[in-house]
Design a protein around this ligand. Structure first.
Ligand SMILES: NC(=O)c1ccc[n+]([C@@H]2O[C@H](COP(=O)([O-])OP(=O)(O)OC[C@H]3O[C@@H](n4cnc5c(N)ncnc54)[C@H](O)[C@@H]3O)[C@@H](O)[C@H]2O)c1
Length: 328
C-alpha cells in the first residue's frame, strides 16, 4: 500500500500539481481543501477530503483515517493587495489555520511537514539576490503571515521533533505539460495568465504597473519557476525528511530575473500573438527586482529546475489555457 500524504490546498494551482507528482512518485496524495479558492475537478490523483484548516475535529478525523507519513501544506490565502486591506483574514486563515493543522499533525504523530512559504517574507530588498540567510522583513500582511508560520514550525520542531522543510517560492508559473491541471485563480493576479487572457480577448489589455523602475527596460524584474519543477522539489523535500536529514529552509527560484517586457516578448514568440497592453503607474508595495539564490536546493536536494525557462512556462500555460478549463 502506498504511503499517504495529506495535501492541504490540493484543489488549488500548486497543490493539484503536487498531487500529480506525489502520485507519480508512488505516494497517495490526500487532498484536504475547503474549496474557498480551489476547484473540486482539480482533485484527480487521490482522495478528496473536504474540510477547513480551522476545523480541528475534521483534521483529526482525516489524520486518523489515513495515518499519513507527511503533510504538504499549500492551503492559504495569497493575494498581497487583499492582505493589506483585510489583514485579519490572512492572520486568521493562514496563521491560526496553520497552527491548528500543525497541532493536529503533532497530536496524530505525523512526523514530517512540508510548507509553502514565499519570497514575500523577505520584503523590499531591491537589487540583491536573496538567499535563505537574507533577513526576512515582510512589507505586507501576506508575507508576515507566512513568516509567522515559519516561526511556529521552528518552535514545534524544537519542542516536539516535528521535522519540516520550508520552501520559499519566487514566482510560480506554467502548468502540467499534459494539461490535466493548470493555473486558475479567481480573481487572477499573476502576470502570465493575465497576459494569456488579454491575448485571447478574455479580458481587457494587460496593465504594466510601472515603466520607470531602475531596470534596463524600466519594468519590474521577477524570477519565474515552473510549477512542475517546484513540486518536484517538494517530493525531494519529502524524501529528505523521510531519510531523517532534519529541518531545512530552501528557496525555490532559478537565480535569473526577467522583466515584464521580456515576459511579454517571450509570449509573443510562443503564442504568435501580440499582447495588448497599457502602461500604468507603479503599484504600491512592488519591488524593483526579486531574484532568488537557489544554490542550496540544487546542491543539497539535487533539484534540477530544467523546465523553468520562459518559453516552456508560457507554452505549458498556453496549452492549459486553450483547454477551456479557464472558461469555467
Ligand atoms: N502561486 C505562486 O506564485 C506562489 C508564490 C509563493 C507562495 N505561494 C504559496 O503556495 C500555496 C499555493 O498557492 P496557489 O497559487 O496554488 O493558491 P490557490 O489559491 O490556487 O490554492 C490554495 C488552496 O488552498 C485552499 N484553502 C485556502 N484556505 C483553506 C482553509 N482554511 N482550509 C482548507 N483549504 C483552504 C483553497 O481552496 C485552494 O484550493 C499558498 O500557500 C501560497 O501562499 C504561491
Amino acid at each position: 500500500m502506498s504511503k499517504s500524504v495529506i495535501v492541504t490546498g490540493g484543489a488549488g494551482y500548486i497543490g493539484s500539481h503536487a498531487c500529480k507528482a506525489l502520485r507519480a512518485a508512488g505516494y497517495e496524495p490526500v487532498t484536504f481543501d475547503n474549496l474557498s479558492t480551489g476547484w473540486e475537478d482539480a482533485v484527480k490523483f487521490g482522495p478528496f477530503e473536504k474540510g477547513d484548516l480551522l476545523d480541528r475535529a475534521r483534521l483529526d478525523e482525516v489524520f486518523a483515517k489515513y495515518q499519513p507519513v507527511a503533510v504538504m501544506h499549500f492551503a492559504a490565502f495569497s493575494q498581497v493587495g487583499e492582505s493589506m486591506k483585510d489583514p485579519g483574514k490572512y492572520w486568521h486563515n493562514n496563521v491560526i489555520g496553520s497552527l491548528t493543522l500543525i497541532e493536529a499533525a503533532v497530536a496524530a504523530g505525523c512526523p514530517n511537514f512540508v510548507f509553502s512559504s514565499t519570497c514575500a517574507t523577505y520584503g523590499d530588498q531591491d537589487n540583491v539576490v536573496l538567499d535563505e540567510a537574507s533577513v526576512q522583513l515582510p512589507i505586507n500582511s501576506y508575507g508576515a503571515s507566512k513568516r509567522a508560520i515559519e516561526d511556529i514550525l521552528e518552535n514545534f520542531g524544537a519542542a516536539y521533533g516535528l521535522n519540516h522543510v520550508i520552501f520559499r517560492y519566487f514566482n510560480v508559473a506554467g502548468g502540467d505539460p499534459e494539461a490535466e491541471v493548470g493555473e486558475f485563480h479567481q480573481p487572477e493576479t499573476h502576470l502570465i495568465p493575465l497576459m494569456l487572457d488579454a491575448i485571447s480577448g478574455k479580458r481587457d489589455a494587460l496593465t504594466i504597473f510601472g515603466t520607470d523602475y531602475d531596470t534596463p527596460d524600466g519594468t519590474c524584474i521577477r524570477d519565474y519557476v515552473h510549477v512542475c519543477d517546484l513540486v518536484d522539489a517538494h517530493v525531494l523535500g519529502l524524501k529528505w525528511l523521510e531519510e531523517g536529514r532534519g529541518s531545512r529552509v530552501f528557496n525555490l527560484g532559478t537565480g535569473k530575473g526577467f522583466s515584464v517586457r521580456e515576459v511579454i516578448d517571450h509570449s509573443r514568440a510562443v503564442t504568435n500573438k501580440d499582447v495588448p497592453y497599457v502602461e500604468g503607474d507603479r503599484r504600491p508595495g512592488d519591488c524593483t527586482k526579486l531574484v532568488s539564490g537557489s544554490e542550496r536546493a540544487i546542491h543539497e536536494l539535487g533539484w534540477t529546475p530544467d523546465r523553468s525557462n520562459l518559453a516552456q512556462m508560457i507554452g505549458d500555460a498556453w496549452k492549459w489555457h486553450q483547454t477551456g478549463h479557464y472558461d469555467k
